[in-house]
Design a protein. Structure first.
Length: 214
């Protein structure tokens, strides 16, 4: 029997279509985006990434060399720009320790290495693993937690929610990539803080939505 989470994926895909995530021209840009998007909407991240590209610093060596103050100015649209500048500088220092970006992305214990970088938590690390390194790590964000809690009454910490997806889905990088993107789409458009259950494409079978007025 198809798992509930796989069935949910199929319904979301039917409704929203393929999302083709993550936005980014290169794997390095995906990694930068994963850090810059912490606590801010993607539109702000796009502005910061455009600034960095115009400055010609979308590669590890250039980020290491650029003055901190200049980098702060370029990524200002993303908020928390001082902390994020430190995070980017720390990330490229670690990447360079392993030689090239390719070598870095191939290291066996990449998840622990990423998590050891101050300012990189589970969600950012898994975003990098899945979308930049093409490794099967499901990304759990606030939308994922909210949707699972409302639809299935499932609550848990990051690792617990991640394990549920790991257990119920076949291990597949394209599936994990697409699923996370579709949950973001559902969260942004319907399963918001104040949810718009009426018209939600997966209201049927949702314990919260079926009991709500709108
Ligand atoms: S029906 Fe409502 S609570 Fe359920 S997933 Fe849709 S928007 Fe969220």
């Amino acid at each position: 029997m198809m798992s509930e989470l796989k069935a949910l994926f199929n319904r979301l895909l039917d409704h929203f279509g393929e999302q083709g995530w993550w936005p980014g021209e290169t794997r390095f840009e995906v990694m930068i985006g994963a850090i810059l998007t912490q606590n801010v909407s993607w539109l702000n991240v796009e502005r910061a990434i455009d600034n960095m590209k115009e400055e010609g610093i979308m590669e590890p060596g250039a980020i290491r060399r650029v003055e901190k103050e200049r980098l702060q100015e370029l990524i200002k649209p993303t908020g928390f720009y001082r902390q994020k500048t430190e995070r980017l500088k720390r990330l490229v220092r670690v990447i360079e320790r392993y030689g090239s970006l390719d070598e870095f992305l191939q290291i066996e214990d990449l998840r622990s290495v990423l998590l050891n970088i101050k300012g990189i938590g589970s969600e950012t690390a898994d975003s990098i693993l899945l979308y930049a390194a093409d490794r099967p790590h499901f990304v759990v964000d606030a939308y994922t937690k909210r949707i699972l809690e409302r639809r299935q009454g499932i609550e848990g910490n990051y690792q617990e929610i991640k394990s549920i997806f790991d257990e119920e889905l076949e291990e597949s990088v394209p599936l994990y990539k697409e699923y996370h993107a579709l949950l973001v789409e559902l969260g942004k458009n319907y399963c918001k803080k104040n949810p718009s259950c009426e018209g939600c494409p997966v209201r049927d079978g949702c314990s919260y939505g079926e009991g709500s007025e709108g």
